[in-house]
Design a protein around this ligand. Structure first.
Ligand SMILES: [Zn+2]
Length: 425
């Protein structure tokens, strides 16, 4: 089946849901492929959440609703989006899912239970363990990894949230346990992107290769880093991925765009999501020699970035990446540090805020020293952070202009900002 024919079949199916029937009328009938998908409107998460009962095709299956993550305390509250999955959908997704990272041993999947129970069954060579803010989570991980399983095979691959891997790495270091002795070769991360600094730390400590994953709880398809091009490619099961302009529903020409996804049958049937706004911004990479597709780099949540002159001029992913390179930048204490399970004050997200002031982009970040006393060091840090953010993001560089005159960076005192509420689970 081609993507076009899967889409046609999906639209005929989705048109049976009361929400789409009313929104589309008969418009879906003229669509014969992905090229014409733009004839249908996109929907965002608050809309989908509000109308979730009407998004279901047929009768809602009992007892399979799963709460999607992403509602952070302190941010505007939207109803959680429950994406029900039937047993048939789960097995369709599982049969097309990418094979466990390493067939020779076990793959340990660490599930963040506060995001809801896993929506799929344990794979053939897979061990699932829960992550929670408790000493038991750390102890269970360590005992599972330190010795072979009863069948004689060890865990050789691990998939874990980027927050938990930072906490676990620090925990092992504090206990003088050498993670290289575990024999893990591949580590996949999910949730927010693991910064370049932490990727290097984890790779060095575990002696393993780290792969970044991007996925949404609403969709069964993960994106993983490509070894050939270094960008993210969509995995299995297939879906339609669109990158739309910041201000219209036409394809993004160059620069950053909104990521919009469409699920496909037979992998998603109960609650089809058609042209669903992820809320994330991404840029498209060059066409990859290995896969023939152009990859993506996800720049984080649209609401966490700064838009000026119609461009996405500062993004949360690159700002965080740069701030984590410096030991002097302040971090929000991770709950596992606050509770005393680990001692590290560096496993939480850096504390920063961005704003537009007089047509300039302004980035403020907290430091662990008094920037008014140690002025020279504060100035050095400010210049370094500005230089490195521009180096990572061509959009920031282009906006900042010559001498970076349109980008202002300020080091400020600890706890003086209303820091962006970022996930640290
Ligand atoms: Zn590639």
């Amino acid at each position: 089946m081609t993507l076009d024919s899967l889409l046609v079949e999906t639209l005929a199916h989705a048109a049976r849901a009361p929400f789409y029937r009313q929104l589309w009328r008969d418009r879906w009938r003229s669509i014969t492929g992905v090229e014409q998908l733009a004839r249908l409107p996109s929907i965002d998460k608050p809309t989908a959440s509000k109308h979730q009962a009407a998004l279901i095709v047929g009768v809602r299956p009992a007892g399979v609703g799963v709460v999607s993550s992403g509602t952070t305390r302190g941010e505007q509250y939207t109803d959680p989006l429950n994406v029900p999955r039937t047993a048939a959908e789960l097995s369709a997704a599982a049969s097309s899912a990418s094979v466990p990272l390493d067939e020779r041993g076990w793959t340990l999947s660490v599930v963040s239970v506060h995001h809801g129970l896993p929506k799929r069954l344990e794979g053939k060579n897979e061990i699932m363990l829960p992550w929670l803010h408790d000493a038991n989570a750390l102890a269970m991980l360590e005992t599972t990894l330190r010795a072979p399983q009863p069948d004689g095979r060890r865990v050789t691959a691990m998939v874990m949230g980027s927050g938990p891997i930072k906490v676990f790495t620090s925990y092992l270091a504090e206990r003088r346990v050498d993670p290289k002795t575990f024999g893990i070769e591949l580590i996949g991360t999910f949730s927010y992107r693991l910064s370049s600094t932490w990727t290097a730390i984890v790779e060095e400590r575990f002696g393993a290769k780290v792969f970044d994953n991007y996925s949404l709880s609403e969709f069964p398809t993960p994106f993983t880093t490509c070894e050939a091009c270094g960008w993210l490619h969509a995995g299995q099961p297939p879906m339609v991925v669109e990158l739309l302009s910041l201000d219209s529903d036409t394809p993004a020409k160059r620069g950053a765009g909104r990521l919009v996804f469409t699920s496909l049958v037979p992998w998603v049937t109960t609650m089809p999501l058609i042209r669903y706004e992820t809320g994330d911004i991404a840029i498209a990479g060059p066409v990859c020699k290995a896969t023939g597709q152009s990859g993506l780099k996800v720049l984080g949540r649209r609401r966490h970035g700064l838009e000026l002159d119609g461009a996405f001029v500062l993004n949360a992913v690159d700002v965080r990446d740069v701030l984590e390179r410096f030991t002097e930048t302040e971090k929000t204490l991770h709950p596992m540090t606050r509770l005393g399970h680990v001692k590290s004050i560096d496993v939480g997200p850096p504390r920063w805020a961005i704003a537009e002031e007089d047509g300039r982009a302004v980035l403020r970040f907290e430091v662990r020293f008094d920037p008014d006393v140690y002025r020279r060091r504060a100035a050095e840090l400010e210049a370094e952070v500005a230089r490195q953010v521009c180096e990572l993001d061509p959009l920031t560089r282009r906006f900042a202009g010559r001498n970076r005159s349109r980008l202002r960076v300020h080091a400020v005192r600890s706890q003086s900002l209303k820091a962006l509420s970022e996930r640290y689970d």
